[in-house]
Design a protein around this ligand. Sequence first.
Ligand code: HEC
Ligand code: HEC
Length: 224
Amino acid sequence: MKRWLALVLMAGSALTAAPIEAADPPTTSQELHEVLTIAPNINHGGRVFAACVACHGRDGNGQAQGDVPIIAQQHAFVIAKQLVDYRHAERWDLQMEAVASTHRLGPARDIADVAAYVAALPRAGDAGLGEGRNVAVGARVYARDCAGCHGADGEGNGVLRVPRLAGQHYRYLLRQLHDTVEERRPNMPPPHPQLFANLGVEEFTGIADYLARLHPARRVLPAQ
Ligand code: HEC
Ligand code: HEC
């Protein structure tokens, strides 16, 4: 073999064999994957949750005027994924990006533990509601476009990893819908942007108000 060719080949194999720097931070999917492999410690999760109480409340019910969402009883996977997404700037919010940073929240174990703790918190407070005018419109659109994934009662699905929406604060929900349309919520997957693009103000306020009034296993509208 010509000497220069042997050198090129050696250089190539040295490159492919180069170890990944130990200090490389994990990617979003690597970190979420790591969180999912951890058997959560709920007691430790309760201690981590101390860092959340100032905004989400001791009961995890957020703020009824809708700046801060209810997180109690959200599916653990959904909570963990949102924390990882904020940490990697794949969901945008200045406060939550700071909270979820490794300086504040710590490693994957803290995410797994706090997610399990929050998912097990009972629902204590009431959701903030809208004006009630478009609830019937919202119920129709929800049943047509959303219930197939988010569940007939907005209960979501922990196994299929779909968030619970029932009983969430009206203003928070409305903001998420607008943020998606205006491309401020990059982690909202298809088909959301496409579904929302066809909706008007009545449908938006209606869906958010309908969901805020829903309690899983309790229907707000009489069966028709
Ligand atoms: C400084 C106030 C503040 C603190 C502290 C805080 N949060 Fe939040 N949290 C918010 C706000 C505001 C939002 C809504 C952000 C948005 O619109 O994306 C939010 C959103 C979330 C969401 C997304 C909910 C959803 O339905 O998608 C989760 C999960 C969450 N927080 C968990 C936590 C956890 C766990 C902690 C503690 C480790 C925590 N937060 C601490 C203010 C806070
Ligand atoms: C194909 C299944 C599917 C359909 C249909 C669907 N969603 Fe979703 N939705 C999801 C999944 C999965 C997520 C979680 C995205 C993530 O990983 O952050 C989500 C997230 C959301 C969130 C964010 C929840 C939060 O706490 O911030 C809202 C709000 C939402 N969907 C509303 C709707 C509405 C309203 C409709 C109908 C117009 C709808 N979705 C239709 C699967 C679906």
